[in-house]
Design a protein around this ligand. Structure first.
Ligand SMILES: [Mg+2]
Length: 183
């Protein structure tokens, strides 16, 4: 036993704090819209850095708002089930880059699918910042240890900015639960 430090009493382990992106991880894409089209709709055309467009016209905002009706946005059932199953052993925080005009929609969605109490917190991009920067600052503020996202560009950004964070790219091939619980 020499040189080995033994703790006097078992230390109570703090649950691991995990951040979840919303669209593409918990909420499915609207039906019939291919990924490239979706990216083109929201991404700014710049080659130098990652940038998203804030819909500047009221018309475009209403169209986006309509398309975010909870019934048009089904949950990704497997992921939701996984999270429900392990919610007691982890702390889950939703961090979504959704802009402020989707706040009500997001609340409605969580109620529709009975998820309101599932997460320790749900954070929406109320100040309409660039979504990846908003995520970065929330991850820091909440001191998250893990973050799950589906978007490669955002993951690349977060990886360079938060090298200590364990980032999981969810691309539909493995279950969220097995990815979280992998050593
Ligand atoms: Mg996403």
């Amino acid at each position: 036993m020499e040189g080995k430090k033994l703790s006097k009493r078992p230390t109570k382990r703090r649950p691991v704090r995990i951040g979840l992106d919303l669209d593409g991880v918990i909420i499915d894409k609207p039906p019939g819209l291919p990924n490239w089209a979706l990216t083109r709709l929201v991404r700014e055309r710049t080659k130098t850095e990652l940038a998203y467009r804030y819909p500047s016209s009221a018309l475009e905002r209403s169209i986006r708002w309509l398309s975010h009706h909870p019934l048009l946005r089904q949950p990704i059932w497997n992921n939701l089930r996984d999270i429900r199953t392990i919610a007691g052993t982890y702390e889950f925080y939703v961090i979504s880059g959704r802009y402020s005009f989707l706040r009500g929609r997001t609340k409605d969605w969580l109620q529709t699918y009975d998820c309101a109490g599932l997460f320790q917190g749900v954070y929406v991009n109320l100040n309409n910042r660039q979504p990846h920067r908003f995520k970065e600052s929330m991850i820091r503020k909440l001191k998250l240890e893990m973050f799950i996202d589906d978007d490669e560009a955002q993951i690349d950004y977060l990886r360079t900015r938060l090298p200590k964070l364990r980032i999981i790219h969810w691309n539909g091939t493995r279950s969220v639960r097995s990815l979280i619980q992998a050593p």
